[in-house]
Design a protein around this ligand. Sequence first.
Ligand code: AGP
Length: 594
Amino acid sequence: MCGIVGYIGGRQAQTILLNCLGRLEYRGYDSCGIAVAAEHTTVFKDAVRVKALAQTLPKLEGKTGIGHTRWATHGEPSMINAHPHCDCTGRIAVAHNGVINNSQKLKQQLVSEGHLFVSETDSEVIPHLIEKYYEDSLPKAVEAALHEIEGSYAIVVLMEGERELVVARKDSPLIIGIGDRENFIASDVPAILDYTSRVMYLEEGDVAVVTGDEVKVRGNGVEVAREEHKVPWTVKDAQRGGYEHFMLKEIHEQPKVVRDTLSEYISIAQPAADMTVVGGSGMEDILMLACGTSYHAALVGKYIIEQLVKIPVRVEIASEFSYSGRASARNKAIVISQSGETADVLKAIKQLKNEDCHVIAVTNVVGSTVSRIADQVVYTRAGPEISVAATKSFVAQLIALYWLTLPYSRVDIRQLDEMVLGLRQLPGKIQQVFDNEEAIKSLAAEFARFNNAFFVGRGINYPIALEGALKLKEISYIHAEGYSAGELKHGPFALLGPETPVVAVVARDNTYEAMLANIKEVKARKSPVLALVEDDDDEVSGLADWIIPVPGVDALFSPVVNVVVLQLLAYYTAKQRGCPIDFPRNLAKSVTVE
Ligand code: AGP
């Protein structure tokens, strides 16, 4: 959730650290700080965003430095609680992501030995432990300190007078960017794309010593080689490109994302190798696990697979899986995670693997932890998603699920061809949604005055109602709930009335008549209705207060166009309400704590 950066090389570290931190701010943005070391270690930090910190900083001399942008877990956002944290002498500075479970015990022990703590964070025990074990080698002291720590961590450590950074990771991501006689540390690839696209992914438990010229990695106490990879993303992919917000840019990238993801799959010589999970012979059921927006993609996947392949699919929220039981009968599971770093997903995968389950991951990030621990990986090609609110990654996940399922669908070849054609037409259909963007914007201006809303759908568009509500609440702070349209009358009706609009996602499929009846019921309770309907629909249009026409597509693909409408509705509503769209309060892009 927090972001870590580090630099060591021939250039002044300050500008590079601030630039990298700016690119990483989506991981957490309640406070930030940097430490630069030359003869002395200098730390600057505050409960402000990176830009504001940069404006207050003096020029710091030093070609070795670390930085951090925080999403608070232990202790409120404040200058004192911001990272980097130092030892008693102020010579050692540490930036940490993760949670130290035994921090209280360690802190008590360290305090009894004379260490002075200033923050409320769990992270502060790390520099003190390193100080305690330091004799003449920083790497040795770091390894000794890590032996004492229970929990998750990605850390970067510097010490004044030392021309090396020591980094380590366990259950929290960390990469090393390889430059020309300079090296970079980051918790996420977009942080370093301005400087290099060569990266080394650290494995669980690795400790590395990084200088300007080399990277030495130790795993399980012995020197190990970690491969260098070329990142498939460019700096441009991670920039706003003239859009006011990353979210709007990423919404607009969706036609390209669908094209790129499809052409990636079509170009794979033997796509079936990855797809046997869905319909392989003898397959009895499938388990799908994910969180948040990815969970909604999994729910759509359930409808796709059950409709086309006719085998039951169980979808579970990853954070609930450990309480709810076992893997599927045939021990195969599809796990979906945009970032590939979500802690609850990682925990669920570990449990699945303990049960000898074969795990197929759908992820957007090459080299992510999920991609490395799963048995098979299906990559989406959404490019880096910076906006906290997931948009293009969701659509890419849907395309992956269609593509995984189609070869096993129980339809004839003519219908299959039509479906493939339907998929290929989706970029054009999404473009047609953008043709209507001004109308959605005007409607959002009216919608923005409400404080509560329901989103309803049925069948394959029920998860789209859930996703529409999630998008609206996370960036506009309007309380929104997604429901299956049939469930509203089982309780939520008590809340309907003129001040509670209902957004109805209506598809031309076997849910249409029931949706029509539900809209009538809602109207009878005086709630205003905003309906998403196909271009030429008359019946719903006659009932709803507002209509957003969507281009006609096969109902199976309707989630793709409908979700784009709801993303735009959420975006323009949040904009109208003056919300910080790319940095919604209390949230961060990838949730690396349980
Ligand atoms: C949605 O807008 C959020 N970003 C969030 O729900 C997200 O989908 C969830 O945290 C799961 O993330 P993942 O796909 O990276 O695992």
